[in-house]
Design a protein around this ligand. Structure first.
Ligand code: TRP
Length: 450
């Protein structure tokens, strides 16, 4: 539905940049490298790739074709496909997940922005424990991180308010190529450091003994989160596609770009960490403590590389955060009939406020533990990424495979697709059997984590 008031992508490359921008985020830069190193290097990468191909690409095709066919936000899309049924709840769960994820994602995004300007502090802190203090002192303070969270959110509001073509697409077309350039500069520095080989070995030597059941689950969860699936993000982005776009081909481009950048992030991080004899720490610690220690060890030039790194992290986070905000806004624009400006402003501010407890939970409210000893931020992340996303993805597959029908889906997905790549029996088999069964298993195992 090419709808003038909703907006459309201006160009194919702009759509791919925006969708890949959504996919490439904090998940790629800090999480992928760390779990790859932890669960067996190349062995983990092989499993991850299998999941991307067998499960995630079918889900992405499904979300995009639902979006393009209906031209609606996730709630409206299900309502249009099956009026008077309860399937719209799947879309509503997605909008809710977007709300929750963005609230804490923006807090971490704020840390990334702050660190662009904190190079003086971490350069002075050196490679010892003082580096951890710089980070902990910052995130536990009551005001500063909330101010950076507000700044991060304000940037996202500004971009989303400008619309699909003039906002999200325009900035993605600038930010995504910049991200690749920044990444390549850092990889070049990292792999040419003396002693870099040890890091490459840690990252990539296949070690199948480390590939536990837990590692396999981590691979699936990560693939899902990293490709922005399971909450109608791709339904929403698909709804701005023109009818002549080639959905299966674009899915390959988006997934390929996301996977490549995740892989490259590891090439940037591990050689440098090992070259300076540091321990590859986990999660936020790797990004905000170990990596700054690497820059501090480089001497004066580390200053510059530090700024480049946190700029890269910020860019990755912004292009993901705007996709989360867009899902929420699209719902209010289509279903509640707000105009874009009102929707972005009200929802952006609401989500910012919802994020404040996640920030305070690092410091003044650190005594507040919700799910099994998790702080506020980790609890929200747990509910969203381990429950809402896999459930959303699973129900989307069941919807297409067993309810709405793969024949209609294949017809809708192939419409306008010129060229050799189309949806067919392979897609049908994956959507009906392989992907939902695999997701169901993961979902069960995750739930027991409570
Ligand atoms: N994919 C992003 C990352 O890797 C995060 C993200 C953006 C996301 N939009 C999403 C995750 C939608 C799940 C669903 O950081």
């Amino acid at each position: 539905m090419e709808n003038k008031t909703r907006g459309n992508w201006g160009t194919r490359i702009g759509f791919i940049a925006a969708a890949a921008g959504s996919a490439v985020g904090l998940g790629n830069i800090w999480k992928f490298p760390y779990i790859t190193g932890m669960y067996g290097g190349a062995a983990f990468v092989i499993v991850y790739l299998l999941f991307v191909i067998l499960i995630c690409i079918p889900v992405m095709n499904s979300e995009l074709l639902i979006g393009r066919l209906t031209g609606k936000n996730p709630v409206g899309a299900f309502k249009e496909l099956v009026p008077k049924s309860s399937w719209w709840i799947v879309g509503a769960m997605g909008v809710l997940a977007g709300f929750i994820i963005l609230s804490y994602y923006s807090v971490i995004g704020g840390w990334a922005v702050a660190y662009i300007f904190k190079s003086g502090a971490y350069m002075a802190a050196g490679a010892g424990t003082e580096q951890a203090n710089v980070f902990v002192n910052f995130i536990t303070s009551p005001i500063a991180p909330i101010v950076w969270h507000a700044i991060f959110m304000a940037i996202c509001i500004g971009i989303v308010m400008a619309g699909i073509e003039k906002g999200i697409e325009k900035y993605s077309r600038i930010l995504m190529p910049s991200l690749v350039v920044l990444l390549l500069i850092l990889i070049l520095r990292s792999v040419t450091l003396p002693g870099a080989g040890k890091g490459l070995a840690f990252y990539l030597n296949p070690d199948f003994s480390k590939l536990s059941a837990e590692g396999i689950l981590a691979a699936l969860g990560q693939a899902f989160f990293s490709l922005s699936l399971g909450m109608g993000c791709m339904i929403t982005y698909g709804s701005y596609l023109k009818k002549d776009s080639n959905i299966p081909t674009d899915s390959y481009w988006i997934s390929g770009a996301d996977t490549l950048i995740a892989f490259l992030a590891g090439l940037m991080i591990f050689p440098a960490v090992f070259a300076f004899g540091l321990e590859p720490g986990a999660g936020p610690g790797l990004t905000f403590i170990t990596i700054p220690a690497v820059f501090a060890s480089m001497g004066a030039i580390g200053h510059l590389f530090g700024i480049i790194f946190f700029l890269l992290l910020t860019v990755a986070a912004i292009t993901s955060a705007i996709s989360l905000l867009e899902v929420v806004c699209a719902y209010f624009i289509d279903e509640i009939k707000w105009d874009r400006k009102k929707a972005t402003l009200i929802m952006g501010i609401t989500i910012f406020l919802l994020g404040v407890p996640s920030s305070l939970g690092q410091g003044v409210w650190s005594g507040v533990k919700i799910l099994a000893g998790r702080d506020i931020l980790d609890s929200l992340d747990f509910v969203a990424s381990n429950i809402l996303l896999p459930l959303g993805g699973f129900l989307t597959l069941i919807f297409i495979g067993w309810f709405w029908g793969t024949d209609k889906a294949i017809k809708a997905g192939n419409e306008g697709s010129k060229g050799p790549i189309t949806l067919g029996n392979g897609y049908r088999f994956l959507v009906k059997y392989v992907a939902p069964i695999a997701l169901f298993i993961v979902f069960l195992m995750k739930i027991t984590e409570f």
